[in-house]
Ligand binder design. Structure first.
Ligand code: G3P
Ligand code: MG
Length: 229
């Protein structure tokens, strides 16, 4: 079962910061997950459109100049990282799941991934791009056909697997509340992997493993790997 460090090792470090991703590297987990918004032509790693919950600032991302945004404390005196900084740290060392939060993120992502291929020898097959915004995934796939897509859902659609097939996705990334064995079986029959967020308890993790779930997003990836033993 693949363990993704959800927003990095966010159970022990400030979420979506470089130390949280560096810690994930140390755990030997399968991958990291992070969230990105476009801010002044730069992809920045933060979960919310507002900075209030995760930094010492207040307001919308758009209220900040780049200098002011990167001066914020995202926890333990760490700044909000750029996606480029995370790629510099993690490229080819584990799978990187980039979750697109902003509706305008695709053109910048294509440029950044191309740059990372050239400058960091990033292997695109170590990247998974996911979003709840499915037209964005379609747009990305049209511009970068070799990119691997994960279709995020927070509900149980009439045919989630069809959704994944339509987008030529490799995975369906589901909320824990709605996953059942039928969905796992349907996904596998179609050649789609099933990933589940967010799993922070041993019993739940083992139940999902027994259902055949392929991967989980955890805030405690080191502990999760122990629980699986
Ligand atoms: O990608 C899995 C999970 O991160 C999706 O929800 O709100 O934590 O970004 P959220
Ligand atoms: Mg996310």
């Amino acid at each position: 079962m693949k363990i993704f460090a959800h927003r990095g090792v966010s159970g022990h470090f400030p979420e979506n910061t470089l130390p949280a991703f560096a810690a994930a590297l140390q755990t030997g987990c399968h991958g990291i997950e992070l969230d990105v918004f476009l801010h002044c032509e730069e992809l920045v790693v933060i979960h919310d459109r507002q900075v209030d919950r995760t930094t010492n600032g207040k307001g919308l991302l758009d209220d900040f100049t780049p200098a002011k945004l990167f001066a914020l404390d995202a926890g333990n005196s760490q700044p909000i990282p750029t996606l480029w900084q995370v790629l510099q740290l993690c490229a080819n060392r584990l799978e990187i799941n980039i979750e697109l939060k902003g509706h305008d993120t695709v053109p910048a992502l294509v440029v950044l991934l191309r740059r990372a291929q050239a400058e960091l020898t990033l292997r695109l097959d170590s990247v998974l791009v996911s979003s709840f915004h499915h037209p964005l995934l379609q747009q990305l796939k049209a511009l970068l056909p070799e990119i691997r897509i994960g279709v995020l859902i927070a509900h149980y659609p009439l045919d989630g697997v069809q959704l994944a097939l339509q987008l030529k996705a490799v995975s369906l990334n589901c909320d824990r509340g709605f996953v059942d064995t039928k969905l796992v079986e349907q996904a596998h029959q179609a050649g789609i992997e099933l990933y589940v967020y967010t799993v922070n308890h041993q019993r739940e993790l083992l139940t999902l493993r027994d259902m055949g779930v392929d991967g989980v997003f955890c805030n405690y990836p080191a502990e999760a790997q122990e629980w699986l033993k």
